[in-house]
Design a protein around this ligand. Structure first.
Ligand SMILES: [Zn+2]
Length: 162
């Protein structure tokens, strides 16, 4: 009887949940979003621990990727596009200014995480170059690699893509 009752109850519950979900699409979306963020955070934390515990292997991998044909191509293309855009900026931040900004930053501008081998410093254009943002100090901030790559060419960093 117990099993039967549980089963009926489950059926009832899932029917109720289905009804609730159909009536509350926004809440369902919000719940899914929260689940996604939590999953994503667990994943990033796991990766972070792995990177910190395997610094030598990770460094060796990063080095070998950077030296690989694909790594060079990706870097060259990105650099080329960036430089072309920076050139068009009047009073662009100088390398020395950017360097100072980078070395002074201790935490990621978005997740506030301390910089380390996993959260490596990377220069972020608050308004992306590709969206007309300028390479000027007022448009520059320092973000960790994971946040910067998640932000990508979006105008605003959002927890949705952490
Ligand atoms: Zn970050």
């Amino acid at each position: 009887m117990g099993i039967q009752w549980n089963k009926n109850n489950l059926d009832k519950m899932s029917a109720a949940q289905r009804k609730w979900a159909a009536a509350n699409p926004d809440k369902v979306k919000e719940l899914n979003r929260k689940k996604y963020i939590a999953r994503r955070e667990r994943y990033l934390e796991k990766r972070r621990v792995y990177v910190l515990e395997n610094q030598d292997q990770v460094k060796a991998y990063q080095k070998s990727y950077a030296a690989s044909a694909h790594g060079k191509l990706v870097r060259n293309n990105a650099e080329h596009r960036r430089r072309a855009k920076i050139k068009q900026t009047e009073d662009a931040a100088t390398n020395a200014e950017v360097q100072a900004l980078m070395t002074q930053a201790t935490n990621c501008a978005y997740c506030d995480g301390d910089f380390d081998l996993f959260r490596r410093r990377s220069l972020d254009h608050v308004r992306p170059l590709s969206k007309g943002g300028a390479h000027k100090l007022e448009n520059l901030t320092v973000a960790c690699g994971p946040c910067n790559s998640k932000k990508g060419a979006k105008l605003q960093y959002s927890a949705e893509f952490t």
